[in-house]
Design a protein around this ligand. Sequence first.
Ligand SMILES: Cc1ncc(COP(=O)(O)O)c(C=O)c1O
Length: 364
Amino acid sequence: MTSPQPRPAVIATPFDRHGSITPAELEALGLSGDAIVDFSLSVNPYGPPPGVRAVLEAIDIARYPDPDALALRRALATHLHRPLSQIIVGNGSAELLWLIALAFLDAGHRALIIGPTFGEYARAVRLMGAEIVTWRTDERDDFAIQPDEIAVLLAQTRPKVVFICHPNNPTGRLLPLQALARWAAAHPATLFVVDEAYLPFAPNAPTALTLDAANILVLRSMTKVHALAGLRLGYAVGDEAIIQALRRVQPPWSVNALAQAAGVAALQDEAHLRTSLAKLAAAKEALLQALRAQGWRPLPSAANFFLLPVDDATACRARLLEQGVVVRDCASFGLPRHIRIAVRTPAENECLLWALSKVKKCLE
Ligand SMILES: Cc1ncc(COP(=O)(O)O)c(C=O)c1O
């Protein structure tokens, strides 16, 4: 008997594994979510701005959200010094990645992904039946981007879209923006998507928004830095024609009313952002120092997370889970000997250090 079949590209697209532990995994392990500290989730551990909760209470959830997200886009326009027409908001920046694929990729097109990186770029490309070209950074090279090698690959493969993460998940490396400017100028028909989901955690790192090229689209997440992951909120900034194309393929009302209002409130509370990021930067330095003192070799990172080389990432994650902490096993990034750790508050980081010291003892 024949049954309804999805498109071949859908069947060929596997699920991607993400960081945070799921309720299903917790249940299978007989653990309670309250009993673990999650270092696999790279969000601001100081939480959303305190005013956000009161704003959410006032929302009439019986009404549809504004399909144009006007108040939020106006707040973003002021914040970014960009016209409204150059901004689109999404149900998390993940939705915007999918809209880019839907609007710009088709079977027969190529997309270049600079890896190892966030798995949703590849998933969105595969779903459209387009071909993935990958250029991977190398651990022996500290995961640095080699602009000349990428320039050659761009000339050879002429991709329709390029996905670059700045700073990169999971390596924490920044993209050299001069190289991006050169690539974008040499390939005006290619859309360069720069995912800046973690850029606010990298103090003083330059943004691709300063380049202002018509074929560069910058993605930002409001779920990480403003700790709104459960509400889902992100935005993209770029040329008006590109933003229009994304709006054409966006499902109606995809950004709910609570997320829109929370976004406006979060943008208003600059003090909470400043103080939480300063505390986080200090916590990161202290954690890195303590890890080195324990004999670990954390890799340098511009972001709020970093890679830690281990013998076996999957086994290490499982052992740490027994001690009540979750880290990201990087095997799905093609890094089976690295775990990714997001920095949390000093008290939570102490739990991690204690758990890692136990794991280290059983490795010795
Ligand atoms: C690099 C990167 N980009 C985008 C996202 C999606 O973030 P969100 O949809 O929550 O904005 C993630 C989530 O982990 C990520 O790691």
